[in-house]
Unconditional design. Sequence first.
Length: 229
Amino acid sequence: MPLPVLETTTYNLVVPSTKKKLKYRPFLVKEEKILLIAQESESENQILQAVKDIIESCTFSKIDVNKIPMYDLEYIFLKIRSKSVGEVISFQLKCEECGEYNKVELNLEDVEVQFPDEEIDPNIQLNDSIGVTLKPLRMSDIKKGDDKITDAIIATIDSIYDNDNVYSASTCSKKELETFVDSLTHQHLEKIQKYLLNQPTLKHTIEYTCEKCGHKNSYELSGLQSFFT
């Protein structure tokens, strides 16, 4: 006689970039083991792969993890983690005034993706005839490399255009893209950086009063790694 199978509760979330509902479930013991092993390795690539695998399993493969923006991925995983191991997590935060550590709790249900006040045009004109169209960073764009600045810029290029043609970055070789990026001026980089710095971000500001000196502190958590405890 086969053993009984436990039914897992499912929940719904709203994907920040599309505003569409997505059904998900908490991760199971076997998936939590994968995450713990990845965290213990302290390998960024191994942690990201574990997060990817868990999201795909817990959303019933209804979303392509490699094609969604990083802020969607981080938000979805945080929701899954919240329902899996508990909605409230604790931090030991150091008072900026007296140096005393304070235990501060955060309800993960209060954490949302913060959208910038100013929406930056992804189409950046570099000169009279050439421009680039940028896109949000995705998980598939994150690669280990020696030149992180060049790699980050290449990862956000969706296409390059001139007066006659549009050249999709997906059809260009890495060498071609590296040569293009190396030809950019400091002013061009500033325009691209402005776009990158104005992307939606998973973040939350914790405000607390130091138990020792009474100083009011403010501490910002930004990015998925900040919420791992």
